[in-house]
Design a protein around this ligand. Structure first.
Ligand SMILES: C/C(=C\Cc1cc(O)c2ccccc2c1O)CCC[C@H](C)CCC[C@H](C)CCCC(C)C
Ligand code: SAM
Length: 270
């Protein structure tokens, strides 16, 4: 059972509406965004244009990468699943179709957790405008990846899309994912690949400098998108992610490169 959460206007909020750091909603991050509070502000600021920019920047390819991530989680009909750092909900909507509607088989529930209320608001609005019945099985939960409001061994699968890189304490987040997964179940974690290839890393940097940041600047989000480059350089390589997962207790962990090495997906089995 999820612990200590209450429902408010379609969103499930954490007990104290918990927020990181000092203040929020103003003072956009003007640095490489080191604290959790600054990152929370950043993701709330980009929420209104996040989906649109993802489509434009990736030429729609992010949808394919997300489908792969969900497929590799092995979520199936009747499962209870978690989409961590759900943002505006792309992976949660895909998971929802995999697990079906409550009552068909098993529990069939998607818990979608994020610490940005603005991102969750976008996700809930998108849910309202979608017609598939299964989307009713998604619960949007305001919560922290470092302190998940669920009991041990609660989920049949966990997905994380472009989330782990943005979490301040990646080891703790991985241990939380391990804790809430049932034995034998999988976490599928999609993100930018921190490539060991000089060519791929340079191409990634070039794209961010010459394509991503200039486009985001048109929306007044220069610093927010500059953060992408520093967050990738501070992230973990595929090998390091496999090690992190094993240290968290996972019995198997394998990282796969996608999109010619620009993206990566870690599959970890508890
Ligand atoms: C999915 C994308 C971005 C997600 C994203 C993640 C973050 O952590 C952020 C943090 C702060 C601000 C924004 C974000 C954020 O948007 C879009 C990724 C686009 C890539 C930069 C470029 C993709 C390259 C190609 C067009 C794809 C070509 C594929 C081909 C197979 C080579
Ligand atoms: C780049 S977005 C990814 C959103 C979505 N998963 C997708 O693939 O489009 C990263 C998300 O992680 C969330 N996030 C970052 N750190 C978090 C944390 N410690 N706890 C919960 N959410 C977090 C942000 O609020 C943001 O919505």
């Amino acid at each position: 059972m999820p612990m200590g959460i209450s429902v408010a206007a379609g969103l499930v909020l954490s007990p104290a509406g918990h927020r990181h750091g000092r203040g929020h909603g103003h003072a956009a991050c003007r640095c490489s965004s080191s604290s959790a509070g600054e990152r929370q502000v950043l993701f709330s600021r980009i929420a209104p244009v996040y989906d649109h920019l993802n489509d434009v920047l990736s030429l729609g390819q992010h949808r394919t990468w997300k489908r792969i991530c969900v497929s590799w989680s092995r979520a199936k009909m009747g499962d209870r699943v978690l989409d961590l750092c759900c943002g505006s909900g792309d992976l949660a909507f895909l998971l929802s179709q995999k697990v079906g509607l409550d009552g068909e088989v098993g529990v069939a529930e998607v818990m979608a957790v994020d610490f940005s209320r603005q991102q969750l608001k976008t996700a809930a609005d998108r849910q309202d405008h979608r017609w598939k019945l299964c989307y009713k099985n998604i619960k949007w939960i305001e919560g922290d990846a470092l302190d998940l409001p669920f009991t041990d061994c609660y989920f049949d699968a966990v997905t994380v899309g472009y989330g782990l890189r943005n979490v301040v304490d990646k080891s703790k987040a991985m241990r939380e994912i391990f804790r809430v997964l049932k034995p034998g179940s999988r976490a599928s974690i999609l993100d930018f690949n921190k490539s060991s290839s000089f060519f791929t890393a340079s191409l990634q940097d070039w794209m961010i400098d010459n394509f991503v940041v200039p486009l985001a600047s048109g929306y007044g989000l220069t610093e927010e998108y500059k953060y992408l480059k520093s967050s990738i350089s501070q992230y973990l390589t595929g090998q390091e992610l496999e090690k992190l997962a094993k240290e968290a207790g996972f019995s198997a962990a394998k990282h796969y490169e996608l999109a010619g090495g620009l993206m990566g997906n870690l599959v970890a089995t508890r």
